[in-house]
Design a protein around this ligand. Structure first.
Ligand SMILES: *[C@@H]1O[C@H](CO)[C@@H](O)[C@H](O)[C@H]1NC(C)=O
Ligand SMILES: *[C@@H]1O[C@H](CO)[C@@H](O)[C@H](O)[C@H]1NC(C)=O
Ligand SMILES: *[C@@H]1O[C@H](CO)[C@@H](O)[C@H](O)[C@H]1NC(C)=O
Length: 183
């Protein structure tokens, strides 16, 4: 009887301990993260070509570029909010979408943003520096949140950005984003 009671107490203690441990166990939310980053990537593939067209067409102005940049800010803010509302992923290196699949998409986003704005100068778009500087907090917040929701995912993005980060450095308006990417 005493042994049974001791066992019951032990079981209850073990149960109380096991639950918080279980709750802390992260699930693989890579599918959700992949969807969020893919939606962002699709939007970047609309705005960056628009910016290049405006530039080639000599219709790049504070107004036309500002509109595209506003849409980019909205897209990065939406990605940040969606990632913030996604449980931290345990990730996977084997199950699709893998951690690397997600980093590759975000790396593509970052490369397009870095190179797509590099042809614009204040000679063409007088407020260029101010307009582009508005992107920095939104892009860096999305990158930092991605690295939280899928821990360490920015490490591979950093590697993918080794070449293109020079454009961010040259534009001079990306201190927060460069830091968020580990540069
Ligand atoms: C993981 O998923 C299980 C089952 O859906 C759930 O009970 C648990 O709370 C989840 N863990 C986290 C950390 O969200
Ligand atoms: C290109 O420029 C012309 C003349 O300024 C304008 O009518 C046209 O809408 C522009 N196209 C694009 C894609 O910006
Ligand atoms: C991304 O997260 C990893 C681990 O979660 C961390 O070691 C790394 O410093 C973070 N990267 C940046 C640029 O903050």
């Amino acid at each position: 009887m005493i042994a049974f009671r001791a066992l019951a107490v032990l079981a209850a203690v073990a149960g109380a301990l096991a639950n918080p441990l279980q709750a802390r166990q992260a699930n693989n939310t890579n599918v959700d993260i992949h969807d969020i980053v893919s939606v962002l990537d699709m939007q970047i593939h609309i705005n960056i070509p628009n910016i290049l067209t405006l530039q080639a067409n000599h219709t790049a102005t504070d107004g036309t570029i500002g509109t595209q940049v506003n849409e980019l800010i909205t897209a990065f803010d939406a990605a940040h909010d969606a990632l913030l509302n996604t449980p931290v992923s345990s990730g996977s290196t084997t199950e699709k979408p893998t951690n690397d699949d997600i980093s590759v998409i975000f790396g593509d986003v970052m490369q397009l943003v870095a190179t797509g704005l590099s042809g614009l100068t204040p000679a063409v778009v007088p407020s260029f520096t101010t307009i582009v500087a508005r992107l920095d907090p939104s892009v860096s917040a999305a990158a930092t949140q991605l690295n939280t929701t899928l821990p360490g995912s920015i490490n591979f993005v950093h590697t993918l950005m080794l070449d293109a980060q020079q454009f961010l450095v040259k534009e001079g308006t990306w201190p927060m984003t460069l830091a968020a990417l580990g540069f």
